[in-house]
Design a protein around this ligand. Structure first.
Ligand code: F0G
Length: 457
C-alpha cells in the first residue's frame, strides 16, 4: 500500500474548543499580541512547539504506574540509565528536568568570561545558558543552511572550514567544548549528516576539544540519514543513532522531543571528572543523581519513549506528515524554508510579507494573523527571538524571519494538517493587507516569551 497512515489507534481524546474570529481578536488583545501569553484553551491547533506536547503511548502510561518513587536508587532510574546508555554509549547519565537544565549544568562548569562555544546553530535556551556564564555562543551553520530557498539534503551541517578557522583564531584553550544540534532547530529543523558529525569530531579531537550533541531530535536526524546518506539505507535507525552518539563525547537532551514525554531530559558524557562536577551541581539545583529533577514515573516514560521513537513506521509517518504540509504550501506559492524539516515547517515571513520592515517584525505579524484567522498558534523564530540592539538602540535583525509551525508528536491527524493548510492559504491571499508590530515592553533576556506588542497602524 502507498498510503502512509498514522501508526497508532487513538484510545484517549482531548476535545478542542472552537472560537469565533471576535473571540480570537479579544484573546490577542488580552495577551498583548504575544502568543506565549495566550491561554491554551483559546487555541484551536497548537503548533507553538513540538516540545513536551507529545501524546504518550499506552505503554508509557503503564510505565507511569510502574514508576518507582524511591529517593535513592529507584528501579526506574536503572531502567532509564540502561536505555540511555544502550542508545548513546555514554558512561555517565545524569537525569535533569528538561534540556535547559542539562545545558545550565554543563555551561556553568565549562563556560565563563573569555570562553567561546561554537555550534552549528544554538537554540535560544542553549545560547542563553552559554551567555549567562559570560561566554560567547557562536553559530557556524554551513553555507547551504544560510539560503532558505535552496534544496539540499543536510542543511543542518556545521561549517567545517568556519569551525577550523574559528578554532585557529580563538585558540583551542578558549573553547571548552563544541556543540552540534541535531536536527538543527534554529536552522529550520534540518538534519546533519553522519559525515559532518564525524568530520566535526575529528577536527575537535585534533584540537583537544570535546564534542557534545544537543540531541533533542536525534531520531528524526537519524531517519534523515537513513533516507539521504549513501551507505545508511539498510541500517536500523537505532544503529544510526548509536553511531551519531559514538562520534561525540557527551550530549544534552530534552526528552520533551524525541523521547515522547511531557517533561524530562538528561546530560550524558564520558569524562568522569566532568560528570562528578555535574552531579555536584545537580544535587544542589535539580535533585539526587538517581532522579535529577524528575519523578520515577517520568524516568520510566522516557525509557519507554526512547524505545518507541526509533520505530521506522513512526518515523516514516512523522517525517512524511511534515513534508506533506510543506509540499502543499509550496505548491500554492507560499514561501517556506526549503526543504521541510523534521519537526516543523518554517514560513519565510520576510518573503511572505515583504512590505513589513524587519524592525516591525514580519514573523510576529504573520503568526498573529494565523491565530486571528484560524486559531493556529505558531512561533516566531526571527528578530523577536534573536534580534539584538546596537549601542544606539537600533535593531540588529536575525539572519532570517521565520514562523515555525511545529508539529507535536502523535497528536494531530491529517485533517488537522489540512485545516492548517487552508488557514495559511487564506492568510497568504490577504498578505498585502497585513501590517507590522512594535514592541511596547520587553525583558532583557529571552524576550520573545514575555514581550508585549502593539500593531502598527
Ligand atoms: N535544544 C534544542 C535544539 C531545542 O529545540 C530545545 C527546546 C532545547 C535545547 C531546550 O530544551 O525546552 O527541554 O529545556 N526547544 C523547544 C522548542 C522549546 O520549541 O523548539 P528544553
Amino acid at each position: 500500500m502507498k498510503t502512509i497512515i498514522e501508526p497508532f489507534k487513538i484510545k484517549s481524546v482531548e476535545p478542542i474548543r472552537f472560537t469565533t474570529l471576535e473571540e480570537r481578536e479579544a484573546i490577542l488583545e488580552l495577551a498583548f499580541n504575544n502568543l506565549f501569553l495566550v491561554p491554551a484553551e483559546g487555541v484551536l491547533i497548537d503548533l507553538l512547539t513540538d516540545s513536551g506536547t507529545s501524546a504518550m503511548s499506552a505503554d508509557q502510561w503503564a510505565g507511569m504506574m510502574r514508576g518507582d518513587e524511591s529517593y535513592a536508587g529507584a528501579r526506574s532510574f536503572y531502567r532509564f540509565e540502561a536505555k540511555v546508555r544502550e542508545l548513546t554509549g555514554f558512561r555517565y547519565i545524569i537525569p535533569t528536568h528538561q534540556g535547559r537544565a542539562a545545558e545550565k549544568i554543563l555551561f556553568s562548569i565549562t563556560g565563563g568570561k573569555g570562553k567561546f562555544v561554537p555550534n552549528n546553530s544554538h537554540f535560544d535556551t542553549t545560547r542563553a545558558n552559554v551567555e549567562f556564564t559570560g561566554a560567547e555562543a557562536i553559530d557556524l551553520p554551513c553555507t547551504e543552511g544560510r539560503d532558505p530557498d535552496l534544496i539540499a539534503d543536510f542543511k543542518g551541517n556545521m561549517d567545517l572550514e568556519g569551525l577550523a578557522r574559528f578554532i585557529r583564531n580563538t585558540g583551542r584553550s578558549n573553547i571548552p567544548l563544541c556543540m552540534m544540534t541535531v536536527t538543527n532547530n534554529s536552522g529550520g529543523g534540518q538534519p546533519v549528516s553522519m559525515a559532518n558529525i564525524k568530520a566535526t569530531k575529528e577536527l575537535c579531537a585534533r584540537n583537544g576539544i570535546p564534542l557534545f550533541l544537543d540531541a533533542c531530535r536525534f531520531a528524526e536526524n537519524a531517519y534523515f540519514i537513513k533516507l539521504r546518506e549513501p551507505g545508511y539505507e539498510d541500517r536500523t535507525v537505532e544503529s544510526i543513532a548509536q553511531e551519531m552518539f559514538a562520534h561525540a563525547d557527551g550530549a544534552t537532551m530534552s526528552a520533551k522531543k524525541d523521547a515522547l514525554v511531557n517533561m524530562g531530559g538528561f546530560l550524558a558524557m564520558n569524562d568522569e571528572s566532568l560528570a562528578t562536577r555535574a552531579r555536584n551541581i545537580l544535587i544542589v539545583t535539580e535533585g539526587f543523581p538517581t532522579y535529577g529533577g524528575l519523578a520515577g514515573r517520568d524516568l520510566e516514560a522516557i525509557a519507554q519513549g526512547l524505545d518507541e521513537i526509533v520505530d521506522e513506521h513512526y518515523l516514516q509517518y512523522r517525517i512524511r506528515s511534515v513534508e506533506y504540509l510543506g509540499e502543499r504550501l509550496t505548491r500554492e506559492g507560499v514561501p517556506i524554508l526549503q526543504p521541510p524539516g523534521g519537526h516543523a515547517i518554517y514560513l519565510n515571513a520576510r518573503k511572505f510579507l515583504p512590505q513589513i520592515p524587519v524592525d516591525q517584525y514580519p514573523g510576529q505579524a504573520l503568526s498573529l494573523e494565523l491565530f486571528r484567522a484560524g486559531g493556529i498558534r505558531s512561533a516566531e523564530i526571527g528578530s523577536v527571538m534573536f534580534g539584538k540592539y546596537d549601542r544606539d538602540g537600533k535593531l540588529i535583525p536575525a539572519r532570517m524571519e521565520l514562523v515555525r509551525l511545529a508539529i507535536p508528536r502523535r497528536v494531530y491527524t491529517q485533517s488537522h494538517i489540512d485545516y492548517v493548510i487552508e488557514a495559511v492559504l487564506d492568510v497568504y491571499k490577504r498578505r498585502s493587507e497585513l501590517r507590522g508590530v512594535r514592541i511596547i515592553e520587553e525583558p532583557p533576556i529571552l524576550r520573545h516569551f514575555t514581550a508585549k506588542f502593539a500593531k502598527v497602524e
